[in-house]
Design a protein around this ligand. Structure first.
Ligand SMILES: *Cc1c(COP(=O)(O)O)cnc(C)c1O
Length: 361
């Protein structure tokens, strides 16, 4: 019998690993940056009223209704004129980002992203065979713009960065863009709604800037998979061309309608984002009082290190007590916890447990 040679042609890849999804409802789940609040009541209404009869037909190829609603909302929020031509929609921003990597990172030069960042970027590079380099963040986990001045095949930076929670302002982004005129620069704004500067306005001036956002975090719709990219019409058309080359109908009808409902309920959106930010800041203060170093967060999570107890010990202790947070056994961040901000009640339970942990004080 011959060896199974076809196995030699398998792709050699280590997939992205997300925070675990426990089966029990008793767990307080602070490990995937999901929202502790439900989506807008308008989303529930749209889903309840949805007529399954309509599923007979394919959905809109370009999610036109959702693009239009997003363009209007983003125009108002950012003080610029955007239309549906400036918006691309996909199945979560992971899908949008993967499409953008395929569409824009085709030179032989390495693309650049920070060494401490969203761990999906290197996975897409391996999958799509894109060379990459990872300039180091400094000892305070800050990204140094000058490290991104060198020649490259593209730049990807989350703002705020993950898992560090640190957000940067307009000057930083302009500095990056001014030094990167000949490649596509992607700013991943998965957490931008929690109090960070948004680069959306700059897409009007810089045609090589693509901004991505998601409904998964601030809009409490991780289970529905809606993400978007904002950029000049040429970049958006390119994304559409790549999408149509492998899956023309990524957004189902229910998602398109539910997405529009979420966008149109701005009051609710502001209410839940405001609550999460207030809880976050209170919780960060309490953690500091217990001997944690907590980075200043512009997101819905905290990036924290204790002065004496290891992240691994604290992670294990919380897990045994039914609270899941995130911890990576990796260089540089191996002693840090990433704690998603839940409700006041959930954070209160976590703080009370930590307070009783031997050695915390
Ligand atoms: C959560 C996250 C995403 C993707 O979220 P989707 O659920 O796919 O929209 C993208 N980038 C960063 C940095 C994230 O944390």
């Amino acid at each position: 019998m011959s060896e199974k040679l076809w196995r030699k042609n398998y792709i050699d890849i280590e997939p992205y690993t997300a925070g675990e999804q426990p089966k029990s409802d008793d767990i307080i789940k602070l490990n995937a940056n999901e929202s502790p609040y439900p989506p807008s009541p308008a989303v529930s209404e749209v889903i309840a009223r949805f007529k399954a009869e309509g599923l007979r037909l394919y959905p809109s190829m370009d999610a036109a209704l959702l693009r239009k609603a997003a363009a209007e909302r983003l125009s108002a929020e950012n003080g610029v004129e955007l239309t549906a031509e400036n918006i691309f929609i996909g199945n979560g921003s992971d899908d949008v980002l993967a499409t953008a990597f395929r569409a824009f990172f085709n030179s032989d030069k390495p693309i650049l992203f920070p060494d401490v960042t969203y761990s999906f970027y290197p996975v897409w590079c391996e999958l799509l065979k894109i060379p990459y380099e990872t300039p180091e963040v400094d000892e305070r986990f800050e990204i140094n713009a000058a490290d991104f001045y060198r020649e490259n095949g593209g730049v990807v930076i989350p703002n705020p960065n993950a898992p560090t929670s640190i957000g940067r302002g307009k000057d930083f982004i302009i500095d990056l863009l001014e030094h990167n005129r000949d490649c596509v620069v992607i700013i991943d704004e998965a957490y931008v709604d929690f109090g960070c500067y948004s680069s959306v306005e700059l897409t009007k001036k810089y045609e090589n800037l693509l901004v991505t956002q998601t409904f998964s975090k601030s809009r409490a719709m991780a289970g529905m998979r809606i993400g978007m990219a904002i950029g000049c019409p040429e970049l958006i058309q390119m994304l559409g061309a790549v999408k149509d080359s492998y899956n023309s109908y990524p957004m189902d009808k229910v998602s398109i309608e539910a997405g529009v409902a979420s966008i149109n309920d701005d009051a609710y959106f502001r209410e839940i984002v405001g609550k999460i930010m207030a809880t976050r800041d209170r919780c960060a203060e309490s953690l500091r009082g217990m001997g944690f170093d907590v980075a200043k967060s512009s997101t819905n999570f905290l990036f924290a290190e204790h002065k004496s107890l290891s992240a691994k010990e604290i992670f294990g202790y919380l897990r045994e007590n039914g609270i899941y947070v995130r911890y990576w056994n990796k260089p540089k961040i191996g002693n840090r916890l990433r704690i998603t901000v839940g409700t006041d009640e959930q954070m209160g339970k976590m703080l009370a447990l930590l307070d009783k942990m031997p050695g915390i004080r």
